[in-house]
Design a protein around this ligand. Structure first.
Ligand code: KG4
Length: 340
């Protein structure tokens, strides 16, 4: 059983993963409301909140601790003062439970998170089911990162496309700020876009060349600023759903266009979607249509595993150290640090 800790940004989370059954228990404490008034995450505040939240969350796992055979923790990328809170608690837990400690790369964990539902459906035959889906093209879209990656059978992850400036989530959040909406703005832009007409405003769609897989979102927010400067407050208020629909469409169109181009450049057997922006229903639907067009299965991380969470950290630790399924009788406990 792997107990994992996530504290890379503004979510404190713990999860217990049983390789034979899947995620057994998961608890999360989000700080989003505390950072809202600053318009973004304040690292000092975030690390102090992790210090309070993590031990409280651990209380919820008290009865599970004798079953834990390995501790996993996000080692980066993320905000250093926040990461250090999780890593410090993980080290203390590993020492007191006499378990090995695994440091997990947060972005690799996002890639693997699309496979958690498949594991829940197919364990103990997960490895064979997964093998049939590799190589896999994963889209990771969060507040800080936007990447298309190739996952191969040997667990090699290669970046095939990335943004050269803002992340897709950042584009949503910065756009929301210009529109006078609270942070984080992605979900609210999506909600307002539902009643808007996406053809009423035209926003740039990044790098147009099909062969160039790089993405760019910073021009989009500048275009929105220029558009808003031409409008009165009343006009902006009246056109808010249309502005949101057009702005969201520009972000999604670029993500879809680069995914389509990447699929044309490699032989993939599945597509994945993870990261906070993966909660966007229009993105899910449009990616589903693209997957059908390419006759590929689409693996989407569950909504609760799209944003930062500890289940994906536990699952990635298990995937990357190559523990057998049903590893209930783990090897003799010893204090080692494995970095994946
Ligand atoms: O993965 P995550 O928690 O990333 C970081 O902490 O970096 O994702 C947060 C990001 C934010 O930018 C937020 O605006 C965006 O995901 N987001 C959405 C939606 N839900 C969250 N963006 C678009 N549509 C959504 N429904």
């Amino acid at each position: 059983m792997i107990l994992a800790i996530e504290s890379s940004c503004d979510e404190s989370a713990l999860a217990l993963f049983d390789p034979a059954k899947g995620v057994v228990r998961e608890l999360i404490s989000s700080q989003a409301a505390s950072h809202e008034k600053y318009g973004g995450v304040v690292p000092e505040l975030a690390s102090r909140m992790h210090l309070t939240a993590l031990p409280l969350l651990l209380e919820g796992f008290r009865g599970d601790l004798p079953l834990v055979t390995r501790i996993a923790v996000t080692r980066g990328p993320g905000l250093l003062p926040c990461l250090s809170m999780g890593v410090t608690m993980a080290r203390a837990l590993a020492m007191s439970l006499k378990c090995p400690l695994v440091g997990v790369n947060h972005l690799r964990a996002h890639v693997h998170s699309s496979f958690i539902p498949l594991h829940a459906q197919s364990a103990p035959d997960f490895s064979a089911a997964k093998k049939a889906l590799l190589p896999h093209l994963g889209m990771i879209v969060s507040g800080g990162n936007t990447l298309l990656v190739r996952l191969d059978e040997n667990l090699k992850i290669t970046v095939v496309s990335r943004t050269v400036d803002d992340a897709a989530g950042e584009a949503f959040d910065k756009g929301a700020r210009l529109l006078g909406l609270p942070y984080p703005g992605g979900a609210l832009i999506e909600k307002l876009a539902q009643t808007g007409d996406k053809s009423l405003f035209t926003f740039p769609r990044g790098i147009p060349e099909k062969a160039d897989l790089r993405m760019s979102f910073s021009g989009l927010k500048t275009a929105l600023r220029y558009q808003l400067e031409k409008m009165s407050d009343e006009q902006v208020a009246a056109a808010l759903p249309h502005l949101c629909a057009s702005y969201q469409d520009a972000i999604l169109a670029q993500l879809l266009a680069k995914t389509h181009a990447a699929l044309g450049q490699g032989a993939y057997r599945s597509i994945g979607l993870s990261g906070g922006v993966g909660n966007n229903r229009s993105l899910r639907e449009r990616l589903q249509r693209l997957a059908q067009q390419h006759k590929l299965p689409l693996l989407i991380a569950e909504p609760k595993h799209c944003g930062d969470n500890a289940s994906m950290i536990a699952f990635a630790a298990w995937t990357e150290i190559g523990l057998p399924e049903g590893d209930a009788a783990a090897p003799a406990p010893q204090l080692t640090v494995e970095v994946v």
